[in-house]
Ligand binder design. Structure first.
Ligand code: ZN
Ligand code: ZN
Ligand code: FE
Length: 757
């Protein structure tokens, strides 16, 4: 006989871990007990040494679906002669490092109950158990216990209590457990937000959607606007009301079979869609004409599967194959998550509402992922991922990073774990700043991170994050971090490459450079400790500053003027003619006199100009639209590209795409098919970046290389450049679990600052 004690840390509370331990202990005829404490789960077992070894093995290999073990420590002790195995009362402790689970999709068992007419939870939209349901979105405080969630006010009925207290039950200590008798209620509300009495709320919502209505639906992390995706006029009405002219909408499809009729869903993509977070997966359209209003001008659909019981009810009972499910907000405001916000913010947009009384404490947008050849890449890390930490190489002092001003997330380091917040949004909106501030406080409390000793933020002198850092954390050590350095380091952290130096190719839109210029096509060498700007993309003029990013025709017209002068060969191109002559002249005057015409090294601008020259767009309806249009045309069988110039300029390499732009214009005049030009242009960027990398390797001796920045959401660019570099002996590190775009820079900032301490 022997005794062994186990301490398990990770996401092990609120995910059915104790009943699991109870079951495997009894299977092995072990006595002892299991309990939650401030660090995770503590287990003590007694029995034959062999049974205990097997138990220890089961513990890590048979874990419940939502559990995520970070560490298991075990220690052999003197046997005490215990009998029976029990789940003991939780230890209240001062230490509060147990991790909170992210929100989860509904499990198969709950789904079966949902559609079983004999089950007491038949058609109940808030069905959940220890293996599924809301978690992070409803947590008010740690430890994760019902009184510390927004379910605190719902008193368990007798039957639910029995399920909650019985370790043999699937609902043992499932904090959000509920039933029609004791849990939250779904309410259907009309256009004026008045509750409609005497209706079956699900049916009323379904009918409103079937009639072409826009129904604001409260979900796990916030409200969605739901519309029948097959009803084009309803989709267009949503577009007009949401003031979202071109940005693609996300789709929720009834099942994988339906997804496969509209997009290319291979096994890998299907697995991603079915994974616990149920993210929006960006999948290639099969036919660019299907569901015309949903994602115009895009080569991909953002598709997800239903993840709450309510989604399943609506899709199944309405017989819908696909719904538009877009975050309910105005333009780039944070997602609406309370009834007050819905009533005030969605009037004039929604025709009806499906609301409920389970409050959302932490709003979370749907996460977005892109399947790439090297693996999935997270584009927006939010619901289903937050607040799962990223494990670091070692423990660091308490650190906070404010992130970038666009696609903002913040990041908190506690010991050897980095917690990236959910997606906050665009900080140029006052409401996003308010959201950021309130999230900061609640997030820090939840993680029990304590006062940060170091606070990092973007180096831009006007960055909103920097302003907030100085206001709120004046007593901490403040560390401004260069934007692309943060991108570079975010990938190094994720790939465990913080030791030693690397080359970083950061292709991005806009970031404040160390010399005050706009950077964004960067070739860096270094590490988290510092960097050298070994090379950059030759800058392009932005007549009108930021306005030229939204209206890239301005850059294109200035460039043509530079290359050809007044009498330029594209004078009669439809996109040129679509801009009034007077406007064009005014922009050129501004450019010639150098008034409000900063230079930008941004790689995004290079793609923008190519897209405009080819007539794919005049303005960018949303960030990244021109490059998406360009990528959608790529034909992988096209091989060659256009020329580029690489030369030494000052103490760095300069990569100029000006010869390539001449090549594009010659191709346009020769009426070359757009697909050929788009591919050649991509190949050109690959070739340019590759040659730069080779030269930098030659000069520095470094061959480990990171690809980061929003441009690497372009799959063709990332794949082609990645394999080209790998084939030439580079060790290429790319993003996976941390977004390559500005949603990931908070992590990079945090590490740069924390390592400085
Ligand atoms: Zn379940
Ligand atoms: Zn109940
Ligand atoms: Fe960036």
């Amino acid at each position: 006989m022997a005794r062994r004690e186990f301490s398990v840390t990770g996401i092990v509370q609120g995910v059915g871990f104790r009943p699991f331990v109870y079951r495997i202990a009894r299977e092995r005829n072990l006595s002892g007990g299991v309990l939650n404490n401030g660090r995770g789960v503590f287990i003590h077992v007694e029995g034959s040494a062999e049974a205990i070894d097997r138990f220890g093995n089961d513990l890590v290999t048979k874990t419940p679906p939502l559990a995520h073990i970070v560490s298991v420590e075990s220690e052999d002790k003197e046997e005490r002669g215990e009998s029976g195995f029990i789940i003991e009362k939780s230890e209240s402790s001062v230490e509060r490092s147990a991790l909170i689970s992210p929100d989860c999709d509904v499990c198969p068992d709950c789904l079966t109950e949902l559609f079983d007419p004999s089950d007491r939870r038949y058609r109940y939209p808030f069905t959940n158990c220890a293996n599924c349901g809301p978690r992070y979105s409803i947590v008010l405080d740690v430890p994760y216990d019902r009184p510390n969630t927004t379910m605190a006010d719902f008193k368990l009925c007798k039957k639910c209590r029995e399920e909650y207290e019985n370790p043999e039950e699937r609902r043992f200590h499932a904090q959000p457990v509920a039933c029609p008798e004791c849990g939250p209620t779904l309410v259907f509300r009309d256009e004026r937000f008045e509750p409609v009495a005497g209706v079956d709320s699900v049916k009323a919502g379904v009918t409103a959607i079937a009639d072409g209505g826009i129904v604001a639906t409260k979900g796990i992390g916030g409200y969605h606007l739901a519309v029948d995706a097959n009803n084009e006029s309803a989709v267009n009405r949503l577009r007009r009301r949401k003031k979202r002219d071109e940005k693609p909408f996300a789709l929720m499809v009834s099942d994988l079979a339906t997804a496969k009729t509209i997009a290319r869903i291979d096994t890998f993509t299907a697995g991603l869609m079915e994974s616990v977070p149920h993210p929006i997966v960006l999948a290639e359209k099969l036919d660019t004409f299907s569901l015309p209003g949903v994602a115009p001008g895009c080569g991909r659909f953002g598709i997800m599967l239903p993840y709450t019981p309510l989604h399943h009810l609506i899709l199944r009972e309405g017989g819908f194959t696909a719904l538009v499910m877009t975050s309910a907000n105005l333009s780039d405001d944070p997602i609406v998550h309370t009834e007050e916000e819905a009533r005030a913010g969605l009037s004039g947009i929604a025709d009806a509402y499906l609301t409920h009384d389970r409050a959302i404490e932490h709003r979370t947008d749907d996460s977005v992922e892109l399947p790439m050849t090297h693996g999935p890449v997270i584009i927006r890390r939010s619901r289903g991922y937050t607040p799962t930490p990223i494990l670091l190489d070692k423990a660091y002092p308490p650190t906070l990073a404010m992130g970038g001003d666009l696609k903002n997330t913040f990041c908190v380091i506690k010991d050897d774990q980095a917690f990236i917040s959910q997606h906050i949004g665009d900080l140029s909106w006052e409401r996003s700043i308010t959201y950021l501030e309130s999230s900061l406080d609640r997030f820090m409390k939840l993680i029990d991170a304590g006062q940060p000793q170091v606070v990092a933020f973007d180096k831009h002198p006007d960055s909103a994050g920097g302003r907030l850092a100085k206001e709120r954390y004046g007593s901490a050590v403040l560390v401004p971090v260069q934007h692309h350095h943060a991108h570079f380091v975010s990938a190094l952290v994720e790939r465990g490459a913080l030791e030693g130096e690397s080359i970083g190719i950061v292709f991005d839109g806009t970031g404040y450079g160390d010399d005050g210029a706009i950077w964004g096509g960067e070739f860096l060498t270094g590490s988290a400790e510092g960097f050298v700007r070994a090379g950059a993309i030759d800058p392009l003029p932005l007549p009108g500053g930021d306005r030229a990013i939204k209206e890239p025709w301005r850059i294109a017209i200035a460039l043509i003027d530079e290359l050809y002068g007044e009498d330029h060969p594209l004078q009669n191109a439809p996109w040129v003619q679509s801009i009034p002559e007077e406007t064009r002249r005014a922009v050129l005057r501004m450019y010639h006199k150098g008034i409000n015409t900063p230079l930008s090294h941004g790689a995004g601008r290079v793609f923008d100009v190519a897209a405009v020259l080819m007539g794919l767009c005049v303005n960018a309806g949303f960030e990244g639209q021109p490059v998406m249009a360009l990528e959608a045309l790529v034909e992988p069988e096209v091989e060659c590209g256009y020329p580029v110039d690489i030369e030494e300029k000052g103490n760095r390499m300069n990569l100029s795409f000006r010869p390539a732009f001449r090549g594009v214009i010659a191709d346009i005049l020769a009426k070359t098919p757009p697909g050929v030009m788009a591919t050649r242009f991509h190949n050109t960027v690959v070739e340019g970046a590759f040659r730069m990398a080779q030269q930098i390797r030659g000069a520095s001796g470094l061959s480990r290389l990171v690809l980061s920045g929003g441009c690497f959401q372009n799959r063709y660019l990332s794949d082609t450049l990645g394999s080209r570099l790998t084939n030439s002996g580079f060790k290429v590190l790319r993003h996976g679990r941390v977004p390559p775009n500005d949603g990931g820079i908070s992590l990079g900032q945090a590490i740069v600052a924390a390592r400085r301490m």
